[in-house]
Design a protein around this ligand. Sequence first.
Ligand SMILES: Cc1cc2nc3c(=O)[nH]c(=O)nc-3n(C[C@H](O)[C@H](O)[C@H](O)COP(=O)(O)O)c2cc1C
Length: 420
Amino acid sequence: MIEASNPAAADVDLHERRKADAAAAQPDSDIHERRKADAAAQPDSDIHERRKADAAAAQPDSDIHERRKADAAAAQPDSDIHERRKADHIRINLEEDVAFKALTTGLEAYFFMHRALPELDLAAVDTGVEVLGKRQRTPLLISSMTGGTARAQAINRELAAGAQAAGMAMGLGSMRAAIEDPSLAATYQVRDVAPDILLFANLGAVQLNYRYGIDQCHRAVDMIQADALILHFNALQEAVQPEGDGNFAGLLAKVEAICRALPVPVVAKEVGWGFAAEDARRLAEAGVAAIDVAGAGGTSWSQVEMHRAPTARHARVAGAFLDWGIPTAVSLRYCRQAAPDLPLFASGGIKDGIDVAKCVALGASLVGLAGEFLRAADGDGAAGVVELAETLVEELRVAMFCAGAGDIAALWQTPLHTHF
Ligand SMILES: Cc1cc2nc3c(=O)[nH]c(=O)nc-3n(C[C@H](O)[C@H](O)[C@H](O)COP(=O)(O)O)c2cc1C
C-alpha cells in the first residue's frame, strides 16, 4: 500500500465530478473559446499589475494570501492554475534575468591535464553512451521543462525533433496539468517526432503527499510512451510559491513504494539546488535508478518565483534565496561518494562542452541543459536545438581528445585537477 486511502479513486471521482459540473453548465468548446478570448483581451503584464495593485490597496499580506488561495480554488480548476504557471515559467525564463548571482556551478575550479601526446585519432573519439539500457550518440540531455499550454506544445515538439536529430535524451516538464486534465496530453506527446530517444516523464515528488500514487505515475509514463519517470524534488520552489505544496514529510517511503511498483526506472531530480550526500544515499537505498543532481549555478528557481510573486513580501522572501543551493560540481561529488554505483545525471548551469566533459569525469552518464535549450528552441526551433547540441558535442570531443580520453568510459576514469 502506498497511501492509506485510495488516491487514484479519489482523483478520478474529483475529476469526473468537476467534468460533469462543467459539462452541465456549458459545452466544452464554449469554455475553450471563452478562455482563449479572455487571455487575448489583456496582456499578461496588465493582469499581473492589476492583481498586485488591487491586492496592495485592500488588505495586509496574510489576508491577501489566504483569500487569493480560496478565490483561486473556487474560481478555477486545478488544470488552469497549472497551465497558467507553466506559461509564466516559459515567459519569465525567456524574458528575465533568473541566473544565480554569486554562486557558480563550481566546475570552473577543475581542469583536465592537457595531453600534448594524446595517442588518439580525433576522428575516432566516441561520445556515445548507454544509459538506462538505451544507447545514444551523445551524453546530452534536454532537461525537463514544459508542457500544458499551446506554446509549450510547440516548444516540446521542436526540442524533441532536435533531440532525435542530435542523439540526445529529453525530459518533459511536470505532467501534473495533463494528469488533472487529460485533454492537455497532446502538449506533452512527442514520440511521433522522436521515436528513438531516451524520454522521461516528469512529476513532482511532493505530489505523492497530495493524493498522487502509482496510478498517476503509470498514467504519466503511458501518456508519452516514456522510458523512465523523473520525480523532481523542489522543496525551495514550493516553499516560496504562494500556491506551493509544502508538505515534504514522510516522502521517502512513498518514493520507495513507487520505485518498487513502477515497471520503468525512477529518476530523482532536483531543479537547481542540488542533492546533499545524505539525501542521495537515502534515495539510492529507496531504489531510484539514477539521480540528476540539478545543482546550483544556472537557472535559479527562487528567482523565477520572485518574478511571479503576487506581493512585495513574497518577492522579498523568494529574492533572499538567490544564491542558495549546492553547486552542480559539489553535488556531483557528494552523490558519487554517497552512491558509488548509481548512474548520475548532471545539470544546472552547464554552459559548454568542456563543462559536459568535466561532469562526465566527475561521474555523470548524462549531462543536461534546460534554459539554454529553451532559448535555442524559442529562437530557431529544432534547427537551433541541433546547432546548440552539435556545438556542445564538438567542444566535448575536442576536450576528450586533449585530455586523452577516447570514449566516455575513458573519460569517467580521467582525473580532474584543481591546481598544477
Ligand atoms: C522553463 C523551465 C521549466 C522547467 N520546468 C521543470 C519541470 O517541470 N520539472 C523539472 O523537473 N524541472 C524543471 N525545470 C528545471 C530544469 O530541468 C533544470 O533542472 C534547471 O533549470 C537547471 O538547469 P539549467 O541551469 O540548465 O537551466 C525547468 C526549467 C526551465 C528553464
